[in-house]
Design a protein around this ligand. Structure first.
Ligand SMILES: [Zn+2]
Length: 140
């Protein structure tokens, strides 16, 4: 009787034993990295990028929360209405999981719940908010 040989199922080639996806083609920034870029000055730079023909849409239509480039304004607006973006915004509203939190949970130091983070639905508000606050201080 011939020995049955199992051919490797190609559809799971990018998946490890825990089912964790190892593919990196569509990998974007992790939540903690995005939260770092949400500071006013970095957000301003990322949302007003110089023209770069190496990225989609020459870098003029960027979603900061998902760290993705879009080819035009229509596609960006369509993405902002979508499930992926909304889920991402929801995830960003709590502080990203860090090694410190893991250590605190394991009994090292005092446990502190992840802090909520203010995420405006319009990403342009990230840096506009700060300038408005500065103008208020100047005018008063
Ligand atoms: Zn997005």
């Amino acid at each position: 009787m011939p020995k049955k040989t199992r051919s490797k199922n190609k559809s799971h080639s990018g998946v490890d034993k825990q089912g964790k996806v190892l593919k990196t083609k569509r990998k974007t920034k992790d939540l903690d990295e995005v939260q770092k870029t949400m500071a006013a000055e970095t957000a301003r730079q990322l949302l007003n990028q110089p023209i770069d023909y190496d990225v989609p849409g020459a870098g003029q239509h960027y979603c900061l929360y998902c760290s993705k480039y879009f080819i035009d304004e229509h596609n960006l607006q369509h993405h902002i209405k979508g499930k992926f973006h909304k889920r991402r915004v929801k995830d960003l509203k709590t502080e990203a999981y860090t090694l410190e939190e893991a250590e605190r949970a394991a009994g090292k130091g005092q446990y502190r719940a992840p802090r909520p983070i203010d995420v405006p639905s319009d990403q342009n508000k990230l840096y506009q908010m700060d300038t408005d606050a500065v103008e208020d201080v100047i005018s008063s």
